[in-house]
Design a protein. Structure first.
Length: 257
């Protein structure tokens, strides 16, 4: 087999190299972050408040920029000339679904992004239906979002991002304010998706349940990267970076695949 016959491996979904960033007031939020996430991986981004997690996420689709280092999504540099495509490929689901749902019906909310990108007619309707089916909300297409439960609104918010067919789904505290049933329903949805997932969370049991790999960001640098269960069992590392498990929860007792 010649070099030209060798199949090329797809670029990682996300490549961050040497990313450093300071805000205009001089606060240095990131100090040389290196991170690679392969296609289809589910990775939890853990760390105490003020660690730089939000700053890192806002670099993934170009909301923040101008620092040192590089960010690539599916091999595409996050640069001004690529921003429209990058923002299609990186879908961010906010902590509060009401920040994303603003149209009169669920269908219109999910259609908003693809329609703005030029999709019309039967193709748009098929995209909306497929996104709602993936989150188990197809039967609610004609309902006003504010008539739904909080957990249902969060799943619709996920659908609005999936309708754009992203490369990476970024979830900000996806389990917050969910009752146990809604928490399980969302977990089932996230496990079923065939996209790369980066989950920013303080909910360590949820990270263990959904993400085989976790990355710990603390004081602007990645301090740990490995199997989620291994990290949560590292008592010294957990204490050093202000990560605390719920009372009585033992990650060693959980069977993970």
């Amino acid at each position: 087999m010649t070099a030209s016959d060798t199949p090329t491996r797809p670029a990682p979904s996300l490549e961050v190299a040497g990313l450093a960033f300071a805000y205009p007031d001089g606060h240095q939020a990131l100090f040389g972050v290196d991170l690679s996430i392969g296609r289809g991986e589910r990775v939890a981004l853990l760390g105490p408040n003020g660690a730089g997690k939000t700053t890192l996420v806002l670099h993934l689709n170009g909301i923040l920029g101008g620092g040192v280092g590089t960010v690539k999504v599916a091999g595409l540099p996050v640069e001004k000339r690529h921003l429209a495509e990058i923002r299609r490929r990186v879908g961010i689901v906010f902590q509060d679904p009401d920040d994303q749902l603003f149209m009169p019906t669920v269908r219109e909310d999910v259609a908003f992004g693809p329609a703005a990108a030029g999709l019309r007619g039967a193709e748009l309707e098929a995209r909306v239906r497929a996104a709602l089916e993936r989150v188990g909300m197809a039967e609610y297409a004609d309902r006003p979002p504010h008539h739904l439960s909080f957990g249902q609104r969060r799943r619709v918010a996920v659908a609005t991002v999936l309708a754009m067919e992203p490369e990476i789904l970024v979830l900000d505290e996806p389990s917050s304010n969910l009752d146990p049933a809604s928490r399980r329903e969302l977990a089932d949805v996230l496990r079923s998706l065939d996209v790369t997932v980066l989950m920013v969370t303080h909910d360590l049991p949820y990270a263990l349940e959904l993400c085989p790999r976790s990355v710990v960001l603390s004081e602007g640098v990645i301090t740990a990267d490995g199997r989620t269960q291994d990290l949560l069992c590292d008592d010294a590392m957990m204490r050093a970076h202000r990560l605390e498990l719920p009372f009585g929860f033992d990650p060693r007792s959980v069977t993970v695949s």
